[in-house]
Design a protein around this ligand. Structure first.
Ligand code: IPE
Ligand code: IPE
Ligand code: MG
Length: 250
């Protein structure tokens, strides 16, 4: 893993200690990107997938602990079946082509979401990617697939409730709930980026983003360059996070 030195990070206008530990990205705007270029929505999704390599590589090189990417929501099943089919085919292609490089870069892949509901062809490739990288110690790459925050919280509450019953308790604790979220054990989300100018969360990580900073860059996801990502990190570092306390006291 080619981690940047503090000096190299400073050359980007960033401070290593103040980088977010967990960045979450709502990769939005593939369709509008394609429309603006008179291309098919499929071409937009393909261009979107092509952006993954750069953002993942940069996150890994900067030493960010966790990167969570929203790739397919529980609501995206509402799209026409040919578009859903294209997205599934792209997923299979992505994992098949990229797994060696991700592994070589010490990236640990986790799928968050009800991926067990996908067709076996998709599930197999996903499970193989998770298994292959499970002992890696670099960037935690969480890919949200068939992910919805409400479903995640409900699932976690049910799992925690079962544990409580097994232990003869009548209440669950915040710890028990958090331990049953898909992101258990990872740092809280520090920064959420939603591309394409839309300003909503679309059922993404509602529990984990309680104290996150938000950025809504206008670029469509396929145009969200490495430079735009660095810019976003710079803006993040210029924000004052108070966590309910007072300046400098957080
Ligand atoms: C985001 O791009 C990718 C997915 C939701 C899978 P969109 O497909 O939502 O693009 P727009 O919002 O239509 O431009
Ligand atoms: C959110 O984008 C989901 C992903 C980026 C995967 P959508 O494009 O599906 O969200 P809405 O429909 O605009 O809220
Ligand atoms: Mg969209």
């Amino acid at each position: 893993m080619a981690n940047y030195s503090e000096e190299e990070i400073r050359a980007f206008g960033l401070v290593k200690e103040a980088l977010p530990k967990h960045v979450a990205v709502i990769m939005d705007g593939n369709g509008r990107w394609a429309k603006a270029k008179k291309l098919s929505r499929s071409a937009g999704h393909r261009a979107g997938v092509d952006r993954l390599r750069g953002i993942i590589r940069l996150s890994s090189d900067l030493g960010i602990t966790s990167l969570t990417l929203y790739a397919f929501s529980t609501e995206n099943w509402k799209r026409p079946s040919d578009e859903v089919g294209t997205l599934m085919a792209l997923l299979i292609e992505y994992f098949t082509k990229e797994i060696d490089e991700l592994f070589a870069n010490n990236v640990r892949i986790r799928i968050i979401g009800a991926y067990e509901e996908f067709a076996p062809t998709v599930r197999n490739v996903i499970e193989r990617a998770m298994k292959r990288t499970e002992n890696n110690t670099g960037l935690n790459l969480n890919i949200a697939l068939n992910y919805g925050s409400r479903a995640e919280i409900l699932r976690a509450a049910n799992l925690a409730m079962r544990q409580a019953i097994a232990q003869g308790k009548s209440e669950i604790t915040a710890d028990m709930l958090e331990q049953n979220l898909y992101t258990a054990g990872q740092p809280e989300v520090d920064l959420v980026i939603r591309t394409s100018g839309e300003q909503r969360f679309s059922n993404f990580l509602l529990y984990q983003i309680s104290y996150a900073e938000f950025l809504f860059p206008k670029e469509y996801w396929p145009d969200f360059s490495d430079e735009a990502f660095i810019d976003a990190l710079r803006v993040y570092q210029s924000r004052s996070r108070r966590f309910g306390g007072l300046e400098g006291n957080a």
